[in-house]
Structure formats: structure tokens, C-alpha cells
Design a protein around this ligand. Structure first.
Ligand code: ACO
Length: 405
């Protein structure tokens, strides 16, 4: 806590808290995390029970409305979302302006932001009806946009959504189907993907969610606020971690594989190397990440269903985890696998390219961003976010003519 009178001659105190390690920026009733117990609850429901008994759209309904849907609400909500999966036809021309080798997150940031230029009747973030329409549009259309970004990068034709399929099944078909093949959804993969979506749906005030809240607090439109969340998620310390983790495993594999894991782990422990163990550690979970436990289970199921139990990257991942769990460096710093450690392996097994991993995360997190934005905007006392700073620059000085500087 700093007395700002000493600094600026103004009255009052403020806290200097880089990285917001101990500053709550809002009240929220959506997601609860107990980092010491390794507990994650959406609206009071343990993530394990939701992953076991509900699907992603049930989870979306819960996050948005505070309660799980009854049968009638469930049917209506599923229909509402699945009926709006088509995107404005003009959006594909906008997409075609990108280079084909553009990173999918660059494309997605642009596409989501551009939705405000296509859907004018849902841009007033202060209007609850506009927010509702924007929420359904975003949740419905994100899978279509992610699949379009993927197909565009491959040079393949876009696949229009098929609304009789499940949310995850429809996404899989838009990703891997072609107009000349009859794509059959594999139920194990469908369930695994749905679980990835559930586990990534919300995570209280992480960097991208705080970005969405801060951006929305200026009264900007919901699509712009969610696009800001997508941009923030892209970073390797946040949503980009599963991509970075898979790249790391592939690097170890290319440089000697299992025999070289020990050497690599020694490098991680050397602070001067600048190498971090991607997919490990978490700002809040200091015991274990409950999502990682569920993801590891899903990983085993998917690899078994696809006959990939002997996948060399999975063997590497297990070895890395085993060394970390037994090594004092990791134990003392409470560094455990986070959700990204296993989700990358599952996605790779499903056939999702590494570059698209963060896009899948963005798709799943969209509902959390919207629920948090809604909560903020529905609070009559919300204020524009405006952090203070601890100024360390020059004191007042006079501008000299250029020839005297
Ligand atoms: N590998 C090696 N050492 C690590 C790692 C890691 N992944 N993470 C933390 N450490 C070490 C730090 O060097 C530091 O050591 P020191 O005390 O000797 O200086 C100590 O552990 C604490 O690290 P911080 O950076 O202070 O921890 P913080 O809580 O700020 O960071 C973070 C959390 C960013 C997630 C970090 O653990 C990290 O970079 N992990 C790798 C990236 C990753 O997997 N991100 C995904 C997060 S989950 C998500 O977004 C879904």
C-alpha cells in the first residue's frame, strides 16, 4: 500500500500490485477456484460432476443463467444455439483477405471483431437484449469460424454447419468433413472434444477474462470485447500454452526423445537457460489442476479408441510428468501439470493441428467471457476500469530547442 500524498501531493492511498497477485477487481458469482484444494466450481457445481453428467451446451446455459437447464430449457437452448451456427455469407470474403499461412488466432481475432460490422442489432453492450443476442451468436458461430480458419489455411472448401449434429459433432464435421465424403462422427472423439470445451469454459478472472471485462467496461460492443479476449488468450503464458507444450514435446522428440528428457529437465531448472516447462505451473492452482486430472483420463480414452497408446509423444509427456513429480525443484515450487499439458496431446490425436489449439480454447472460453461481461454490465454500479500507476519517469522539465538537446 502506497501513500500517494508522498508521491503526487494528492490525497488517498493505493495498492501497487503488479500482476494483480492479490487484487480483486470485481465481485463475481460465476466460477470459484480453491487453488490449494485443487477445486473448480461453475456456479457451485464441481467441474468433475459437470464433465461426467452434462454436455458443453448445458454448461453454457449454467454459466449464462446461473442454473442448469431442466429438460424443456435444455431442448430449447440446444435448438437456439444450433439454429444459429451459420455465419453471414459475406464473412467468408472478409476471411479470404488473410494470407493462407496466417496464424489461426490472428484470423480469429479479426473475424470475431468483425462480427460487430455484420450484426448491428446486437452491439449495444448496455442493452440486456443485445447482449443476449450477441451471446447466442458468439457461442453458435465460434465453431464455424474456427473451422473456416482451419479450412482456409488448408485451401479446402468450407463446410456449412449441420444443425442436427451435436455442438462438438458439428464442429468435427466442419473441420474434417469434405463435400465429397460422408463424415461419420466418432462418439469417443465427440465426447472428448465436448469435455475439452467444458473444462475450458470459464476460469474466473484470468488474463483474457479480465481483458474482456476491462474492454467492455468502456461500453464497447460485445464482439469487440470478446475479440480482445481472443487476442489476450493467444499469448504462450495463457491459452498459447498447449501449443507451446506440444512444440516443446516435439522438440524433445526430434532431439533424442525419451533418452533426452532428463537433460531437458535439467535445462528447465537452470534459470539462465530461459526454458520453461510448458503446460506446468499455474498462478492459482498450487496443489493440482483438477482439469488436468480429467484431461489425463480423456487422453487415455482417446488414445485407446484410436489405437495410439504407444504414441511416442504421450510416452514423453508421461516421463516429463514423472520426473517433475519426483524432483525437488518442481515439488518445492508446486509446479504440477495444468490442463494444457494433456489437452494438446488429445487434440493432436484427434487430428487438430497444433496451430489451432488456442483457437479451440477460444471457442470454449467464449461463453465464460460472455457470462463475465454480462455479470459486469448488469451491475448498476459498474465503473470503467482504470488502474493507477506507480510513476517512475522524469520529474517536470522544460522542452529545449532541438539544437540544445
Ligand atoms: N517451468 C519452470 N519453472 C517454472 C514454471 C515452469 N513452467 N512456472 C513457474 N516456474 C518457477 C519460476 O521460475 C519461479 O521460480 P523462483 O521462485 O525460483 O523464481 C516459480 O516457479 C514461480 O513462478 P512464477 O512465474 O512466479 O509463477 P506465476 O504464478 O507467476 O506463473 C505461469 C504462472 C505463468 C502459468 C507459469 O507457471 C508458467 O509460465 N507456466 C508455463 C506456461 C503455461 O503452462 N501456462 C498455462 C497456464 S494455464 C492456462 O492458461 C489455461
Amino acid at each position: 500500500v502506497i501513500d500517494i500524498r508522498k508521491l503526487y501531493g494528492q490525497s488517498g492511498m493505493f495498492t501497487y500490485d503488479p500482476g494483480f497477485l492479490s487484487t480483486a477487481a470485481c465481485q463475481s458469482a460465476i466460477t470459484y477456484i480453491d487453488g490449494d484444494k485443487g477445486e473448480l466450481l461453475y456456479r457451485g457445481y464441481p467441474i468433475e460432476q459437470l464433465a461426467q453428467n452434462c454436455d458443453y451446451l448445458d454448461t453454457c446455459y449454467l454459466l449464462l443463467n446461473g442454473e442448469l437447464p431442466n429438460e424443456g430449457q435444455r431442448t430449447d437452448f440446444h435448438k437456439l444455439v444450433l439454429d444459429h451456427t451459420m455465419v453471414h455469407e459475406q464473412m467468408q470474403f472478409f476471411l479470404r483477405g488473410f494470407r493462407r499461412d496466417a496464424h489461426p488466432m490472428a484470423v480469429l481475432t479479426g473475424l470475431v471483431g468483425a462480427m460487430s460490422a455484420f450484426y448491428h442489432d446486437s452491439t449495444d453492450v448496455t442493452n440486456p437484449e443485445h447482449r443476449h443476442i450477441a451471446a447466442i451468436r458468439l457461442i453458435s458461430k465460434m465453431p464455424t469460424l474456427v473451422a473456416m480458419a482451419y479450412k482456409y489455411g488448408k485451401g479446402e472448401p468450407f463446410m456449412y454447419p449441420r444443425n442436427e449434429l451435436s455442438y462438438a459433432g458439428n464442429f468435427l464435421r466442419m473441420m474434417f468433413g469434405t463435400p465429397c465424403t460422408d463424415y461419420q462422427v466418432n462418439p469417443v472423439i465427440e465426447r472428448a472434444l465436448d469435455r475439452i470445451f467444458i473444462l475450458h469454459a470459464d476460469h474466473e478472472q484470468n488474463a483474457s477474462t479480465s481483458t474482456v471485462r476491462l474492454c467492455g467496461s468502456s461500453g464497447t460492443n460485445p464482439f469487440a470485447a470478446i475479440a480482445a479476449g481472443v487476442a489476450c488468450l493467444w499469448g504462450p503464458a495463457h491459452g498459447g500454452a498447449n501449443e507451446a507444450c506440444l512444440n516443446m514435446l516435439e522438440d524433445i522428440q526430434a532431439n533424442g526423445g525419451l533418452a533426452k528428457v532428463g537433460e531437458f529437465m535439467e535445462q528447465v531448472k537452470d534459470k539462465n537457460s530461459g526454458v520453461r516447462l510448458m503446460g506446468f505451473g499455474h498462478r492459482v492452482y498450487k496443489n493440482y489442476d483438477p482439469r488436468a486430472t480429467l484431461m489425463q483420463e480423456t487422453c487415455n480414452e482417446v488414445l485407446a479408441a484410436l489405437g495410439l497408446e504407444n504414441d511416442p509423444l504421450f510416452a514423453l509427456a508421461k516421463k516429463v510428468e514423472q520426473i517433475a513429480l519426483e524432483d525437488d525443484y518442481f515439488v518445492q515450487r508446486k509446479l504440477y501439470p495444468n490442463v494444457d499439458f494433456y489437452s494438446g496431446i488429445v487434440q493432436r490425436a484427434i487430428g487438430i493441428p497444433v496451430k489451432l489449439f488456442t483457437g479451440i480454447f477460444a471457442l470454449a472460453r467464449t461463453v465464460g467471457w460472455i457470462a463475465q461481461l454480462n455479470e459486469q454490465m448488469a451491475d448498476p454500479e459498474y465503473k470503467i476500469g482504470r488502474p493507477r500507476q506507480l510513476f517512475t519517469g522524469a520529474a517536470t522539465r522544460d522542452v529545449k530547442p532541438a539544437n540544445q538537446r
